[in-house]
Structure formats: structure tokens, C-alpha cells
Design a protein around this ligand. Structure first.
Ligand SMILES: [Zn+2]
Length: 308
């Protein structure tokens, strides 16, 4: 935990980025079906997967053998407070259909869904979009989580994730809320300098395990969390789902998602929050504790989770 003298969040003005990117955006409704590549082979007989406002197509900068983009909205720009549950539900439904199609996932692959929202978080387009990737190399963090979850269960005879949810719900300090299908908390070690939000899906392993009701609850809770964060001045974030391998039976790892706000320490000079500590020394730090973030999110998110 670091302490920055007098640090407070200030909402940066994105209007210049939004205006500059609108004119030639390949994801806007009049271009998306013309300029984006087609799925080969098609999914459910279609060259692109369409769910509500969401459109999925192959990524022209693929991360691995199977790699797709899901455009989430017809609107070129959605401020975080404009991201509604249906954007998330439809986008994730499109991802599920792609990951579930024959030939997308090999047995040892992970089916990942990630989101870089706005340029500060690494987005190359302002128009909101997810990445969907099938890969057997999902990165060190997820591989470590899979191995550690298995070791924990072998050693203690129970799920680390069940214990995490139970312990945090009792301690309450980092607890945000519980719905019928998911548990919401702030992890005690965060990647974001203003702390992360974690959503755990008890007993689920894969994104394809999520039912319509699971997705709708996730959409309601996440939309409420983004509204709260936007009110504080957060207008950029990364989000990732952490699933198990496609083929593993009797999973030790429970599917979870992490939302990690990205901020400018000094909006006046557009500076990133990725410093030498995270980038070269692999040492994340926080200027707001997870307990403070949980306190800020709890009222709105627990209401949204109860509102099913
Ligand atoms: Zn656009």
C-alpha cells in the first residue's frame, strides 16, 4: 500500500479521443459488417455472431489460433455509466457461442474473455469491444491459479474458492455482496492502484458454464459497479475472466472475473498509472485499499444483485 500525498481521483475528459476516433471507426454500425473479417468456418451458419447490439468477428491481430472481437454496442462511445446489463449479457452470449462452436477450443485450451476499455487501458479502438481467445498459454497468473487451486484441494480437501468466499463474507471488510449465482468482493492484493473488484461464480469452471441467469446477474452487478466508479472519476478499466482448462473434469478452480480500474495520476499531463513498479519490478501497489473500494461499491452493487 502506497500513500500519495493528497491523491484524489479526477475524471479525465475523453471528448477529444471520442471525436477523433468516430469518423473512421470500423466498429460503428455502418461499417462493422463491411470492413471486419468473416468467421471461417462460420458459427451456427453465420459469418459473424450477432446477439442484440453485439457483433463478434475474427480479430485481425490474433492472440492465438482462435481469436475474436465482440463489439458491444451500436453507439460509438459508451461512458462507463452508460454500460447497461444487456451490453454485457449480449456480448458474453456471443463469446459463448464462439467458444462453444466446433473447432474453437482444443482440449487443453482456455477460453478467455477480456476487455480493455479506453486507450488508457490498452484499447486500440474507442468503440467498446471484448476480446475472445482460445489458447493453451493463458499467461502465468491464470496457470499459477489453476495449479495452486489444485494443490490447495489436495492438501486441505476443500476448494480454496469456497473458503475465500466464506471467509470474506464473514469478515465483511472486503465483501461487496452476494447474488443467487455469484459472490462479489475486493481481492486483498490488487492490480489497480485504486483496487480491483472480483466476481466469483461458485461451482462454475468455464465461461460456457454460465447460464442466462448467471449472465444477467453479472450484468446487473457490473453495470452498478461501473456507475459507482464513474461517479468517482474512473473512466477506464481492464476486465478478465479466469476460467479452467476446457477439458478438466472436477475443477479445483472456480470461474471468476476481475475488474481493474485504470486511472491517470495526473490527468493534466495524461500520465498512465503503470509505473516502473508494476512494469519492470512486478510489484503492484495501491493508493486506495480494497476495504475502501468494497465500502464504496457495497450499497449499489448489493442492491443490483438483489434486484433479479
Ligand atoms: Zn464506432
Amino acid at each position: 500500500m502506497a500513500h500519495f500525498q493528497g491523491f484524489r481521483l479526477r475524471r479525465p475528459d475523453l471528448s477529444a479521443e471520442v471525436a477523433a476516433s468516430r469518423h473512421h471507426c470500423p466498429f460503428c454500425p455502418d461499417r462493422v459488417l463491411v470492413v471486419t473479417p468473416r468467421l471461417d468456418p462460420p458459427v451456427d451458419g453465420s459469418f459473424r455472431v450477432v446477439e442484440g447490439e453485439s457483433v463478434l468477428f475474427p480479430n485481425i491481430s490474433p492472440y492465438d489460433r482462435r481469436s475474436a472481437v465482440v463489439v458491444l454496442s451500436r453507439a460509438h462511445f459508451l461512458a462507463p455509466e452508460d454500460i447497461r446489463p444487456h451490453h454485457l449479457v449480449d456480448g458474453l452470449r456471443a463469446a459463448q457461442r464462439y467458444l462453444g462452436a466446433p473447432g474453437t477450443l482444443r482440449r487443453r485450451d482456455f477460453g478467455l474473455v477480456t476487455w480493455n476499455y479506453m486507450p488508457l487501458a490498452g484499447a486500440t479502438q474507442v468503440h467498446p469491444h471484448l476480446q475472445v481467445v482460445a489458447t493453451d498459454r493463458p499467461g502465468r497468473l491464470l496457470e499459477d491459479e489453476v495449479a495452486a487451486s489444485l494443490r490447495y484441494r489436495r492438501r486441505f480437501g476443500r476448494s480454496y474458492w469456497a473458503e475465500l468466499v466464506e471467509t470474506e463474507s464473514q469478515l465483511e471488510e472486503r465483501w461487496v455482496g452476494r447474488g443467487r449465482h455469484s459472490a462479489w468482493l475486493t481481492p486483498f492484493v490488487s492490480r489497480s492502484v485504486v483496487s480491483d473488484l472480483m466476481v466469483v461464480f461458485p461451482g462454475k469452471s468455464l465461461i460456457s458454464d454460465l447460464s442466462r441467469a448467471d449472465l444477467e446477474e453479472f450484468g446487473r452487478g457490473m453495470s452498478a459497479a461501473l456507475q459507482q466508479l464513474a461517479a468517482e472519476g474512473v473512466v477506464s478499466f481492464n476486465l478478465a475472466f479466469y476460467p479452467a482448462r476446457a477439458d478438466s473434469a472436477n475443477q479445483a478452480l472456480w470461474l471468476h472475473a476481475r475488474l481493474s480500474p485504470r486511472i491517470h495520476f495526473n490527468p493534466a499531463i495524461g500520465g498512465s498509472d503503470a509505473t516502473v513498479w508494476q512494469h519492470l519490478l512486478d510489484e503492484p501497489f495501491m493508493v486506495r485499499s480494497p476495504e475502501r473500494l468494497a465500502e464504496a461499491l457495497r450499497p449499489a452493487v448489493s442492491d443490483a444483485l438483489a434486484g433479479g
